[in-house]
Design a protein. Sequence first.
Length: 468
Amino acid sequence: MKKPYLLAFLSVIKLNAVYAGQPTNIEDLLALPLTELIETEIISSTKIATKISAAPSSITVYNHKDIKYLGARKLSDILILVPGIQIQTKGNNREKLWVRGVQSEFNNKIALYIDNIPLRNAFNEFQIDEELPIESIKKIEIIRGPGSALYGANAFAAVINIFTFQANEREQNIVKLSLGEANTQIGYFSVAKNINQFANVMLEGKLLNTDGRNPDYDRKGIANNRDATQQLGYIRFKSSALDNKLNFSASYSHFDNERIDKSYPTENSRQHGNMRFSIAYQQQFEQWGIDANSYYTQSTRLESETKYQSLTDLSIKESFDFIDSTELIGSYAALNYQPITSNKIIFGVDIKNERLLNSSFTDNITQDELTFIQPQYENMSLFDTGIFLQDQQSFFDNKTQFTVGLRFDILELFEDQFSYRLGLTHAFTDSISAKLLYGTAYRSPSFLEFTRSPVGSVLPDVENIETI
């Protein structure tokens, strides 16, 4: 079992750069009290509302106004502004990211959640480009550092939490049409309605078509006359009831991507389909509260590749379709309790069952269908039961916060994992605070690391990290 050690930081002195939610002109910025930035509350660091200055994490926040003012078209336009986050555009016109010092081929050492639902595919990765509609986003919270003490697997080097608008939170209906370079055309709409005094509904959708970024030559130096076409179709329905305490969401997206990194005469395209359903309930009382959700997601990737005989002979030499499909079923429930003003406790259970539905390829010439899956991994599933506890104690008139977090994950195929963290924060003034943080995290191998391992090879195992 690998245990790399990363020296993240010993202490962080913060002025007001921890929060990106700021005006766009210098006059408004100078007029904004520093305490307004420091006292902004976030959820991701502790699972309960906590001031940024007291949060036991290195965290950056962007809200929907920031996204609008920055002119961001996709999630990567925001993430590239976060200190320590690295982004690279791959040859296939997709983007990957990592935390400096913790690189990976896929985005599988960072956990991404949308409305508390994990987003990942058979590679344990997620997309940060046009496939994820940025118009839906209300707020983004980015934690740099290990997050497994709260989030479990794959919260290895960072956690990205995206909160979208609920059915009753949009002030007005929206219709937006955009044109841009590379023949880019975008259409987006969001409509909401109060159907009675107890419930609200919202429907939103997005269409995108672009020729994409297209280099003049391919990797062999051959003139490239192909378009790096990308197309997105997205639809989402949301409803809320009981004063926004009960929320339901259903969405489907389809994204096509033409690859131009493969040398001609090879043509390659990929289609990604994502379907998600969730229901969530939140209720906060005077001293305690509950947060629970259940969800189902399905992710499918279809890759088509055709090789021609030569540049002049366009008869088909070989043609294949590759498909990878996974589903994820999960439930989460957490209770928070505040016995006294200076103490907050949270206890929860997080259950996930991830299943590999298909990993195969078809020879389009012979119509033979073959599978990547070794016989012992057919119908493979990864079942994870996580139990976590967190205690946050305040001292010295709430200027000092001490946080302890523990989580135990019972894993179906791997050794059970115990993750923990300690956080000590102190506010010296209204605008200056310091943090001393320690934590551990782990990453589980993806399905494809198992199914495509050569027969007889050493199988992948959990990867661990420890930071201070």
